[in-house]
Design a protein around this ligand. Structure first.
Ligand code: SF4
Length: 319
């Protein structure tokens, strides 16, 4: 079967099973690419899982706008049915169920269906969990990993940018033209030669004109890769804003992000960095906190000034 015909069959199958975005990267796009020439870590390259791999499929399903925004707004409200000391857990459970687990279920099933279809067509494929994989005693062990946390086996975000679905934003998350930051991804690696999807041809992230995601992070956990206060092997002299971010322009301190509710402050609802992103259009129903940040931005606040004020110990890639 011709590669474009098989690609279309897979796209149709995925779409029938709930997938909304579908793209294909030829395996060559996993060689280091400009501008950062990041190398895929050993054990994360698609060819580590399937040495005969020729294509990588990236698929996405959206998070619904209200589903994402409600936990942050409710965090600021008195909820009559839930006492304050149960509100955090309840909001976290709501968020996980409708912004995480249901997308994961769809993505994993669709990956299996695509893999089965390829198997029947004569091609081996590999599918992946759609989120981090947790193990017993993770907190103790993750400090030993290079990034300070245990990740899933493959970076769905890097596969998505290489499959032409979007680019990284300053917040270290992938942005697509259709849903901005509000979607989740999965990946299928296959030895079938499929028709590639073109890479994005113009940037999406608004970069220095925006920076709202960095401001929205409660914990100042996101740093651009040229920030000299956050040194690790991914540091670069300059974040080039004139190119597509195939690799991430930023780094997230996993400890800061994970500990957002463990330092005695009021419970911090997760995801404000993606909630505030004004792509593909300015969100309508934000919490008072996020709306306040947007109002400051409209009044002239810019991330350049903020970056100078941010503090983080110099040796703190893992803190
Ligand atoms: S909030 Fe602004 S700077 Fe951050 S990812 Fe979105 S567009 Fe880029």
């Amino acid at each position: 079967m011709h590669s474009s015909e098989l690609t279309q069959e897979l796209r149709n199958l995925a779409t029938r099973n709930g997938i909304v975005l579908f793209g294909v990267a030829p395996i060559e796009r996993f060689e280091p690419m400009p501008p950062y020439y990041d190398r895929v870590p050993k054990g994360q390259d698609p060819r580590d899982f399937l040495p005969t791999a020729k294509s990588v499929i990236s698929m996405a399903v959206p998070i619904l706008n209200a589903a994402l925004d409600v936990p942050a707004r409710f965090n600021e409200m008195e909820l009559e049915m839930y006492p304050d000391d149960t509100k955090s857990e309840w909001l976290e459970a709501v968020y996980n169920r409708i912004c995480h687990y249901n997308q994961n279920d769809i993505l994993l099933s669709a990956s299996q269906f695509v893999g089965q279809h390829l198997l029947l067509a004569g091609y081996d494929s590999m599918i992946f969990p759609t989120e981090s994989v947790h193990i017993e005693n993770e907190t103790e062990r993750m400090a030993k990993s290079k990034f300070g946390y245990l990740s899933g086996p493959i970076s769905h975000r890097h596969c998505a940018t290489r499959a032409g679905l979007g680019e990284f934003g300053y917040h270290n998350i992938v942005i697509t033209p259709q849903f901005g930051t509000r979607q989740r991804f999965s990946t299928v690696v296959t030895e079938a030669e499929l028709e590639p999807t073109p890479l994005l041809d113009k940037p999406l992230c608004l970069r220095e004109k925006c920076g709202l995601c960095l401001k929205a992070c409660y914990k100042n956990a996101i740093f651009l890769r040229d920030d000299e206060r956050f040194i690790d092997y991914r540091t670069v002299d300059k974040v080039r804003n004139d190119v597509i971010f195939i690799d991430t322009p930023s780094k997230t301190s996993p400890v800061r992000c994970r500990d957002r509710s463990n330092d005695g402050e009021q419970f911090i609802v997760r995801g404000d960095c993606l909630r505030i992103c004004p792509l593909p259009k300015m969100p309508k129903n934000l919490s008072g906190r996020l709306q306040g940040i947007i109002n400051d931005w409209r009044a002239g606040w810019r991330i350049g000034d903020e970056r100078k004020k941010r503090t983080l110990p110099i040796d703190s890639a893992h803190e």
